[in-house]
Write a protein that binds this ligand. Structure first.
Ligand code: HEM
Length: 538
């Protein structure tokens, strides 16, 4: 064949540029985020080490590595829905993210999940729930990949394989699917006491939601917002369900698991089909971006800690309505790929060591789960912003790229995409000072407190909620086989509260140990109780 007919921009005629990932005039990431610089890695100082948080660097190299060509490892069971997010405009003072502007409407896709069970497991187990939202903004995809519990088990991503190995079914008999009767789970959380806060949330009613429609959602990590003038603030994201927060009781949860293991996915789909569209208000707690990144004694980089809403109220910034069910479970719910590093201008990350590890993990796992590096081309993952990247070939490539020179600059293809400055929507990392430091593995001393937040949660609960917590610990620990693990967990409870420890110990027929650290002096936070809390709903 003779030479291909070319358009002035070097593209083959007859194929829309968007279909080839070559739309728009700017170089972008696979998510449609405009790229400011594709020749230099993000570094700690011009001659310093390259930073793992440089998403464009990792995406570009990871994609190249896989150019010549299975169930989620966690959160395998899920249900999802389409919807729309409408900004209130109230966030404009703290972020230039366009989708948060007044009355801006952005399509969204939300996937709810359990964490530990396999794809065919039951819905109403005691577990944390995933709450992942994909915003298809005009500036590229923004993913808010959160949970229904505002804190996490661990402080550093390097422990994630360990906590999941401890929580997944035992390797010999592949049981159980939930947290119940797990020697390994209770072994882990009593040996890694940073898990204490998350575990007490799990043992509370939050571990068995009534419906996906009645769960709160949390971004957990602290994120950094950047305003139109480059000013920064630190925030924590919150989803507040318009339907309120409601849970099952344990007996209901067990019966439903037997009678209708699809209870939560059925409930979500039925409600949407009936026109009872679930809604959540998105809100932020805003903190000053101080050099120490602390607020009222809370280390904002520690994902096992939260800031009580009484100290930093949640300020509503928009409303999400889920109004359509997926047409095809596999194409949409199963193939959707979220990533906490999918950001848009105005939203940046912090140095939370759990978040940094996630930035690596999701892209990496999705390459094997979705069969290569081209899953951003799948319809459910495709950004609604123009894509003009220089990623090529690889397994499951669906674009038919034209041109001879997928590099920039080049003098062959009759022009190539431009870089975008900040005014044109180019993503610019917040200019955060990185103090001179030595390489260390140790966590900061501010990560050492493992009990005070769990104690505040306990003290914030109503009497009925406390009874449920006592019953849950007693049930779960009664199924633990190893006596030493049961006793070690009672030691953890003693550091939360003597009454909690004594009640659970009495239920197990064991003596109650005393605390090994002084009990923290903390004020209750009524907003932590799903029966006692209130929040602003615009
Ligand atoms: C999946 C939340 C920490 C690795 C998920 C999902 C959610 C989630 C909601 C399911 C996404 C979906 O519906 O497709 C969180 C939260 C975390 C956290 C809120 C802490 C604040 C971590 C860490 C790692 C990790 C520390 C690893 C270092 C993964 C992996 C998947 C996943 C590998 C499967 C992704 C896929 O196959 O698409 N997580 N996670 N997560 N998470 Fe996390």
């Amino acid at each position: 064949r003779g030479p291909e007919p070319r358009t002035p921009t070097g593209r083959r005629d007859g194929i829309p540029p968007e279909a080839n990932g070559q739309g728009g005039e700017f170089l972008t990431t696979a998510q449609g985020l405009r790229v400011r610089d594709s020749d230099h890695s993000l570094k700690a100082g011009a001659r310093g080490p390259v930073l793992l948080q440089d998403h464009h660097l990792r995406e570009k190299i990871t994609h190249f590595d896989h150019e010549r060509i299975p169930e989620r490892v966690v959160h395998a069971r899920g249900a999802a829905a389409h919807g729309v997010f409408k900004g209130y405009g109230t966030a404009s003072a703290v972020t230039r993210a366009a989708f948060l502007g007044k009355d801006v409407e952005t399509p969204v896709f939300v996937r709810f999940s359990t964490v530990l069970g396999s794809r065919g497991s039951a819905d109403t187990v005691r577990d944390t729930r995933g709450f992942a939202t994909k915003f298809y903004t005009d500036e590229g995809v923004f993913d808010l990949v959160g949970n229904n519990i505002p804190v996490f088990f661990i402080q550093d991503a390097i422990k994630f394989p360990d906590v999941i190995h401890a929580g997944k079914p035992h390797p010999d008999r592949e049981i159980p699917q939930a947290q119940s009767a797990h020697d390994t789970f209770w072994d882990f959380v009593s040996l890694h006491t940073e898990a204490t806060h998350h575990t007490i949330w799990n043992m509370s009613d939050r571990g068995i939601p009534r419906s996906y429609r009645t769960m709160e959602g949390f971004g957990i990590h602290t994120f950094r917002l950047v305003d139109a003038d480059g000013g920064t603030s630190l925030v924590k994201w919150h989803w507040k369900p318009r339907a309120g927060v409601h849970s099952l009781v344990w007996e209901e949860a067990q019966l439903i698991n037997g009678m209708d293991p699809d209870f939560h996915r059925r409930d979500l789909a039925d409600a949407i089909e009936a026109g009872a569209f679930p809604q959540w208000e998105l809100g932020v707690q805003v903190f000053p971006d101080t050099p120490d990144q602390m607020f009222e004694g809370v280390d904002l980089l520690d994902p096992t800690k939260l800031v009580p809403e009484e100290l930093a109220p949640v300020q509503p910034v928009g409303l999400m309505t889920l109004n359509a069910n997926p047409l095809n479970y596999f194409a949409e719910t199963e193939q959707v790929a979220f990533h906490p590093g999918h950001l848009v201008p105005g939203i940046d990350i912090t140095d939370d060591p759990l978040l940094t590890g996630r930035l690596f993990s999701y892209l990496d796992t999705q390459i094997s789960r979705l069969g290569g590096p081209n899953f951003a081309q799948l319809p459910i993952n495709r950004t609604h912003a123009p894509v003009n990247d220089m990623l090529r070939d690889g397994m499951h490539q669906t674009a038919v790229h034209s041109g001879a020179a997928p590099y920039k600059p080049n003098s062959l293809d009759g022009g190539c995409p431009f870089f975008a400055g900040a005014a044109e929507g180019g993503y610019t990392e917040a200019p955060v000072a990185i103090p001179a430091a030595h390489k260390v593995r140790e966590a900061p001393a501010s990560f050492d407190d493992h009990f005070s937040h769990a104690r505040r949660f306990w003290l914030s609960l109503t009497p009925a909620e406390r009874e449920h917590v006592i019953a849950a610990y007693t049930f779960e620990l009664s199924k633990v086989w190893e006596p030493a693990i049961r006793e070690r967990n009672l030691g953890v409870l003693a550091n939360i509260d003597p009454v909690l420890c004594q009640e659970v110990a009495a239920g197990l027929g064991l003596p109650a140990p005393g605390p090994s650290v002084p009990l923290a002096e903390v004020e209750p936070s009524p907003a932590l109780s799903q029966l006692g809390g209130e929040w602003p709903v615009a």
